[in-house]
Design a protein. Structure first.
Length: 186
């Protein structure tokens, strides 16, 4: 009986968009499995990695007429109860009228201890359901390790270390893993 009550309380993306509009600007919420989840403020180490990603991937995106941005929610036709907010989103379409992207070509999540279960769990399934997505990066915060899910015929995952380079064909170049961790001490 409790499970049915919980399902009834789930929000759709449309309901979430209306609900989140009334929240204060300093709160960051994402929708996961129909539940609004408050995101904790990121730590400086996390933000340094996000900054490095935005700089490196952003240069490639700019050269293609695309944009690398933080804080956009991702939507997919596959699930109407998910609107996660990854750390970095690259998209190539016209400017969005709101903060919701349906057309990312690259998404990066920097793992944090408090969000690791979600980032490595249901979010992976969700992101891989987005038709336009070509690369999904899971960037570890406490070690020089990046998991890259890339769409070929099907999704393939490779693990990269500090001495490796991740090729991003959708952006016409690549990124050295060491550059992602610039000024990050392990």
């Amino acid at each position: 009986m409790a499970l049915a009550a919980r399902r009834d309380a789930r929000m759709s993306v449309a309901e979430y968009q209306v609900w989140v509009e009334s929240r204060p600007d300093d709160e960051r919420w994402e929708l996961l499995d129909g539940e609004a989840v408050l995101m904790p403020p990121p730590k400086e180490r996390h933000q340094r990695i996000v900054y490095n990603l935005l700089r490196r991937v952003g240069d490639l995106a700019d050269a293609r007429g695309c944009s690398a941005l933080p804080g956009l929610a991702i939507l997919s036709e596959a699930l109407d109860d998910f609107a996660p907010i990854p750390d970095v989103v690259v998209r190539c379409g016209p400017p969005l009228p709101d903060g919701y992207a349906r057309d990312p070509v690259l998404i990066a999540e920097v793992l944090s201890p408090s969000t690791m279960a979600n980032d490595r769990g249901r979010k992976v399934e969700f992101y891989l359901s987005v038709p336009s997505l070509q690369t999904f990066l899971i960037v570890y915060q406490n070690e020089g390790r990046v998991e890259a899910w890339q769409r070929a015929r099907d999704w393939e995952m490779q693990v990269f270390g500090l001495n490796d380079r991740i090729e991003l064909p959708e952006l016409g170049g690549g990124v050295a893993v060491a550059d992602i961790y610039n000024r990050v001490v392990f």
